[in-house]
Ligand binder design. Structure first.
Ligand SMILES: Cc1cc2nc3c(=O)[nH]c(=O)nc-3n(C[C@H](O)[C@H](O)[C@H](O)COP(=O)(O)OP(=O)(O)OC[C@H]3O[C@@H](n4cnc5c(N)ncnc54)[C@H](O)[C@@H]3O)c2cc1C
Length: 292
């Protein structure tokens, strides 16, 4: 199929894009990498009157390191492949490059953007999971001005976020790894490049052989990424032993409540989530420098 007739507008600044989006409201769609929007237009699942192409807005294309706040400021138009390859990302938040490897195939990574992925919000996608795990902030500009949305409020449900009609996501601000902090990322899909059946992102901080802080999140098991704060509380204060890992798996199994068509499928998804978190936790511990 082909899209319904659409008016095409090209914005070269954020203000131009916001003006066009505000003018057409729900009848307008932003065109970023087009890797989700174009199939939806072709299948007529989306029927906007106008698309606002943001691919020439240079301000949205950069990854910047803010050493004072210890954050990466990632422009909404940064491609998946850029995040995979960036030396700033490798140095300051390598969990992002690890997750980017799992996104689709090269052609999709080369065009698709972090902004498009988080606003599209497929709950099995990598960026919603990783940004939720790390407690990212989302910078949005609209006709009423700018606002910052914390990850906990950003992902609402399937294909729905807190970004309103007329607003443009401009940047995703992501905390960097702290001292003594390491990370793990695990994903299970039927074939490499498919959306995940489930995925897990974990960060762990160790001091004197004890976990002093952790973040644990799972994707693909609910209508949005699930940050397992209560499970994290059980882990903090403990030594990362094999026994703790077994317990961790059980805590995750009990904490997640995947939507499924049968009890067997639900148990299967819980099992996958538990195994992936255990493995990601182990990865994080193995990355710790000796003596932590
Ligand atoms: C075959 C295939 C396999 C894929 N596999 C994976 C996978 O394994 N993992 C994964 O995560 N993704 C996967 N994807 C999706 C891909 O990552 C897309 O790039 C991503 O979902 C959307 O990003 P985009 O830049 O292409 O956005 P677009 O398709 O251009 O836009 C997506 C939506 O976001 C809106 N939007 C885009 N940017 C902004 C902005 N700055 N502000 C406000 N709204 C905005 C658009 O209006 C649209 O509604 C796959 C896609 C395909 C076609």
């Amino acid at each position: 199929m082909k899209p319904v007739p659409i008016r095409y507008l090209r914005a070269t600044t954020v203000d131009e894009a916001v003006t066009a989006l505000a003018r057409y409201g729900l009848d307008a769609k932003v065109l970023a990498g087009g890797q989700s929007l174009m199939p939806m237009l072709n299948m007529r699942l989306a029927r906007p009157q106008v698309v606002v192409d943001i691919n020439e807005i240079r301000d949205l294309m950069e990854i910047r390191y803010d050493p004072n706040a210890r954050q990466l400021v990632v422009g909404a138009l940064v491609r998946h492949q850029q995040l995979l390859e960036s030396s700033l990302v490798h140095a300051h938040q390598p969990l992002l490059s690890a997750a980017a490897r799992y996104i689709g195939h090269w052609a999709i990574r080369n065009r698709g953007t972090i902004g498009g992925s988080v606003v599209h919000h497929d709950p099995s996608a990598e960026w919603p999971l990783v940004t939720a795990c790390l407690g990212a902030e989302f910078h949005v500009q609209g006709p009423q001005g700018r606002r910052v949305i914390p990850a906990a409020d950003f992902f609402v449900t399937y294909l729905t976020t807190a970004v309103q009609a007329g607003e443009l996501l401009t940047a995703v601000v992501i905390p960097c790894l702290g001292p003594g902090e390491s990370w793990g990322f695990q994903e299970y899909a039927r074939r490499h490049g498919d959306f995940a059946l489930a995925a897990a992102a974990v960060t762990v901080t160790l001091s004197d052989g004890v976990v002093t802080a952790a973040r644990i999140a799972v994707g693909g098991v609910a209508d949005r990424p699930v940050v397992l704060s209560e499970v994290t509380q059980h882990v903090v204060g403990q030594a990362p032993t094999a026994q703790l890992e077994v317990q961790l798996g059980q805590w995750v199994y009990d904490a997640v409540n995947p939507l499924a068509e049968s009890p067997d499928e639900q148990a299967y998804k819980r099992d996958i989530a538990a195994v992936l978190v255990r493995r990601a936790f182990r990865q994080a511990i193995n990355r710790q420098p000796a003596g932590q």
